[in-house]
Design a binder for this molecule. Structure first.
Ligand SMILES: [Zn+2]
Length: 166
């Protein structure tokens, strides 16, 4: 089925090669089209336009998964920070960008002012600079490791077995 939403279209494939973790409510995917291993996107499976209309179980699972994702990304080589952004302009399906800011990114012109990283500039500059078609090898080879890191998440996820969702 084709919808007018590119995220809903992507989530229609439960075996997407970009998916790191998927529950009945929340999906954690690797971002395609950029050579930046660890750049993840977290979103509710349901088409929800903003965080204000998540239900309680989506809200809770999204927050817990976000925390674990940040912890995991910070464990990747050279990552000093994780920027979290949500725009919903081009793709109006709630999704959070978890963008790994590496130490090397600070070396680009205009990325530091008085020794302080310029987050929005860094995000914009490096998203364009690292853009590639498809899924680069460095990302493709990281996804299985990320899947392993998130496999255990499902087993202590309160929205599965112990808490009935009805
Ligand atoms: Zn959607």
């Amino acid at each position: 089925m084709t919808s007018s939403c590119s995220l809903c279209d992507r989530f229609a494939d439960p075996n997407s090669s970009l998916t790191v973790y998927r529950s009945p409510k929340i999906v954690l995917d690797h971002m395609p089209g950029i050579d930046l291993p660890g750049y993840l996107v977290i979103a509710p499976l349901r088409h929800v336009e903003h965080a204000g209309i998540l239900d309680d179980s989506e809200r809770e699972e999204l927050a817990r998964l976000q925390s674990l994702a940040v912890q995991t990304i910070l464990g990747l080589p050279g990552v000093g920070k994780v920027y979290i952004l949500s725009f919903g302009e081009a793709v109006p399906h709630l999704h959070l960008h978890l963008f790994p800011r590496t130490d090397a990114m600070l070396l680009a012109p205009g990325c530091l002012t008085d020794g302080i990283p310029e987050g929005p500039k860094i995000f914009e500059f490096w998203r364009k600079k690292l853009a590639v078609p498809g899924v680069p090898d460095g990302v493709r080879s990281l996804i299985p490791q990320l899947k392993d890191a998130f496999r255990k998440f499902g087993s202590f996820n309160p929205s599965s077995p112990r808490q009935p969702s009805r």
